[in-house]
Write a protein that binds this ligand. Structure first.
Ligand code: SAM
Length: 281
């Protein structure tokens, strides 16, 4: 008998992965957590039935969420990651010697515990001495912070359930206040393709544009997310993601990356016409 994980990307479009077995299921105070094994994507996990991370394509998401800001400002020392319970974003950030401190605020400790057990490569750097883990709501955490971080990365779920507050105008305003003058905000920016994701993308862009001096959007290819076409936001008080790209400084890090490179960095900000139009709607 074949077993399949199926996710509704819309009411009329589904995405399925043949699974070998379900290796974990639990319900935290915040969400349903499920882990599966598969031949095509390795181990993967879902929250409330939505795909989060697979062993096969996580490098794409985690390269693009972390290396883009680090290549713009080589002086980033103090970083806040909101969400990111699988640890992939922290793993990539921990490769930078100049980063002195990484605060990670994840609402759901059970996600982190399960990822440490079932996704050891993704979560491998959560014990880096520079990493401080806080099991709190990122929305409340950021309210207490002023002029503190060089980089904030919102590595969140979609704006449903616990992730909803991470897409509000007041949350983005608090991120602005928590950032230093040279601060950069990167956020999980949803997708331009299907209607529901497009609405979330629009709303996030409008709110961030109203809050930050610079607000750009960049794209990457994520095979297991709805439509495969996904976006991150880059917002800053000072830096432009392409004009201020510091190629010399980034090359000095001598990092090997599987998805990210400096040409792609620039190209990722050149958006298809329909995406540019959708962002302006
Ligand atoms: N890369 C994946 C993606 O984009 O779907 C996964 C990102 S990571 C697993 C998302 C994390 O955000 C989850 O572990 C979830 O518990 C956490 N999260 C959701 N709402 C949150 C909140 N308000 N504060 C802190 N963490 C939150």
């Amino acid at each position: 008998m074949d077993l399949w994980y199926t996710e509704n990307h819309t009411d009329d479009a589904k995405f399925s992965i043949k699974i070998k077995e379900q290796i974990y299921h639990d319900k935290s105070p915040f969400q349903d957590i499920d882990f599966f094994t598969s031949d095509e994507f390795g181990i993967f996990f879902t929250l409330d039935g939505l795909m989060m991370v697979t062993e096969k394509d996580e490098f794409i998401y985690h390269d693009m969420i972390s290396h883009v800001p680090m290549a713009v400002n080589p002086n980033i020392k103090n970083v806040l990651v909101i969400g990111g319970g699988d640890g992939g974003t922290v793993r990539e950030l921990s490769r930078y010697k100049n980063i002195e401190n990484i605060d990670m605020v994840e609402i759901d400790e059970m996600v982190v515990r399960a990822c440490i057990k079932y996704l050891p490569l993704t979560s491998s750097k959560l014990d880096d001495p520079r990493v401080n883990l806080f099991y709190e709501d990122g929305v409340a955490f950021i309210e207490k912070k002023k002029n503190e971080y060089d980089l904030i990365i919102i590595d969140s779920t979609d704006p449903i359930g616990p992730g909803e507050g991470l897409f509000t105008k007041s949350f983005y305003e608090n991120c602005y206040l928590a950032l230093k003058d040279e601060g950069i905000l990167i956020n999980q920016h949803e997708s331009p393709y299907y209607d529901r994701d497009k609405k979330n993308m629009n709303r996030a862009h409008k709110r961030i544009k109203e809050t930050f001096e610079i607000a750009e959007v960049y794209q990457f290819h994520m095979p297991t997310y709805p439509s495969g076409h996904w976006l991150f936001g880059f917002a800053s008080k000072k830096f432009h993601p392409v004009n201020d790209l510091n190629e010399t400084a980034w090359n000095l890090n001598e990092l090997e990356t599987k998805y990210y490179n400096l040409e792609l960095h620039k190209g990722a900000f050149y958006l298809p016409t329909y995406v540019k139009q959708a962002l302006d709607e």
